[in-house]
Design a protein around this ligand. Structure first.
Ligand code: NI
Length: 252
């Protein structure tokens, strides 16, 4: 079984979403909100399809614009049985550095919600790894789990991150020809710290780079990990699937 631990299946993303979902028959998808206005759409997908779960949160891109109502909606649906995590949340200094304070406040507020609701965190961190680490270390409960979605730091930082009870989300970037840092991360850390993700419709792996991504392409990420670690791909699926089950408390 394959689990895509992080994808977006917005209506505007695909012409034929039914087909994209059908391609993942007998596998699992965990759909994340990209914007607070997606929360209801994620809930609808979770309720319609047995093999879809969701994570909801307020992305740092919305630190200046989210409303009180968005927060209320988030809290309400965090209790939904198929919402298995809080995210994606975090810090994005690539997009803008002008509102660091606001981004950090929103991140801290949602870490506290994750502590209260016992939901693992799905973290987006772009050009902000050090602040992300420091805030997590300070505000998360000791037993709170999470994943660094689309991990983009180096191997030594990865070791610090996993000590915070965090998994590393490994996606299509690993298959890119010129990507060295992530290959080094995969090479130097045990598979027991990895979960697979596509971040569909973005970050399409080779050999389809340039086209629209979809969850079934998760197999190319697994294949690349297997190649780097010189392991059987079945073993990579087995370990990462168990990691994902543990991380999101999935009872399948
Ligand atoms: Ni994403």
């Amino acid at each position: 079984m394959m689990i895509d631990t992080h994808c977006h299946l917005g209506k505007e993303d695909y012409d034929n979403i039914e087909e994209v979902i059908k391609n993942m028959e007998n596998n699992i998808m965990i759909v994340s909100t990209a914007s607070p206005s997606d929360i209801k759409e994620v809930i609808d997908l979770c309720e319609k399809y047995d093999n879809i779960y969701g994570t909801i949160g307020i992305h740092p891109e919305f630190a200046n614009t989210y409303t009180k109502e968005d927060l209320e909606t988030l809290k309400k649906y965090l209790k939904h049985p198929k919402i298995v995590g809080l995210g994606e949340v975090g810090l994005d200094y690539h997009y803008t550095k002008d509102n660091k304070q606001k981004q950090q406040e929103l991140f801290i507020l949602q870490i506290e919600l994750a502590n209260i609701y016992h939901k693992p965190l799905v973290i987006h961190s772009r050009d902000a790894l050090e602040d992300t680490y420091n805030i997590l270390e300070k505000y998360k409960n000791k037993d709170l789990k999470g994943v660094m979605h689309c991990y983009s730091g180096d191997a030594s930082y990865a070791k610090k991150i996993i000590n915070l009870n965090m998994y590393l989300g490994i996606g299509g970037v690993l298959t890119f020809k010129n990507e060295k840092k992530l290959k080094e991360v995969v090479n130097s850390l045990s598979t027991k710290y990895f979960v697979l993700e596509t971040d569909s419709p973005y970050l399409t792996p080779e050999p389809f780079r340039g086209k629209k991504n979809e969850p079934v392409n998760i197999k190319y990420v697994a294949k690349k990990i297997a190649e780097i670690k010189q392991e059987d791909i079945g073993k990579i699926f087995e370990i990462t699937t168990n990691n994902a089950k543990r991380l999101f408390d999935l009872v399948l």
